[in-house]
Structures are given as structure tokens and as C-alpha cells.
Design a protein. Structure first.
Length: 151
């Protein structure tokens, strides 16, 4: 339960930063913002993945709570993708994020739709449904990483 409240506080903090997201003072601020949002998503997605893979016991309520956080936060990081914030280091966005922005935005939408479906599946309290939805969502993450993220 404490983890849920910590996640809620993190999301609340991100929400208060949302209006400022469109007005980053420096490119580094945009990078910090998107990294923080992806970190929150990754943590909660990883918890679901541990259940889906059997590394952690299945807990339907925890899966649903984590999936809700992932679905909500999935909309936040894209405000931090501003020109001038690509790089060559591992994990940074490739320059094609800006030259192929429509494709990038399409990949983001696919991921958001898949994690929304994951949240619905998690509420069913059925491990098989969770596994299937998790696999679909993970595939959208991989696709975007393969195309737009420096490995």
C-alpha cells in the first residue's frame, strides 16, 4: 500500500510539472522531465512484468494499480521531446525523432493504447489476460526503442 501512495505522490508531482513542461527553460530540463516520466513508467511496468513472467507472485490488485500508473504516466514524457535534446549516448533519442515526428508520435500512441488495454486486462484479475496484454505493450515499447532510441 505504501508503494501505491508513493506512486500516487510521484504522479501528483509530475502533474504539477505538466503546465511547465511546455515551457522548459533549458533543453536539459526537458530531458530531466521525460527521463523522470519514463522512470516512473518503467518501474511500474517492471512490477507487472515480474508477475507476468513468474518472477513475482501474481497479485491482481497490485497489477491493476501498477497498470493504472503506467497508463496515466504514458502520456507525460512526450512533452519533453523537444528539438535539441537528441544525443548519441545510450538511451538518448536518435535525431530521427524530429525528422520522422509523425512516425514517432504514432509509436507513442500505439504504446499508450497498449498500456490502456493492459490496465483493462489487469482489472480482470486473470494472469493469462495480463500476460497477453503485457506482451503487446512490451512490443510497442521495443518497437519505439528499436526505431528511435540509441542502443
Amino acid at each position: 500500500m505504501t508503494r501505491f501512495f508513493l506512486a500516487a505522490a510521484t504522479v501528483a508531482g509530475l502533474l504539477t510539472a505538466l503546465p511547465a513542461a511546455a515551457q522548459f527553460q533549458k533543453p536539459e530540463d526537458a530531458v530531466k522531465y521525460r527521463k523522470a516520466a519514463f522512470q516512473v513508467m518503467g518501474t511500474h511496468f517492471g512490477r507487472i512484468g515480474a508477475m507476468a513472467s513468474g518472477r513475482a507472485p501474481f497479485d491482481g490488485a497490485a497489477a491493476a494499480a501498477n497498470a493504472d500508473v503506467v497508463a496515466f504516466v504514458s502520456k507525460l514524457p512526450y512533452a519533453g521531446f523537444v528539438e535539441g535534446t537528441s544525443g548519441t549516448e545510450k538511451g538518448s533519442p536518435k535525431a530521427n525523432v524530429w525528422t520522422e515526428r509523425a512516425k514517432f508520435d504514432g509509436e507513442a500512441k500505439k504504446m499508450q493504447d497498449a498500456v490502456a488495454a493492459l490496465a483493462v486486462a489487469a482489472k480482470a484479475n486473470n494472469l493469462d489476460q495480463l500476460k497477453a496484454a503485457f506482451g503487446n505493450a512490451a512490443g510497442t515499447c521495443k518497437s519505439c526503442h528499436d526505431n528511435f532510441r540509441n542502443q
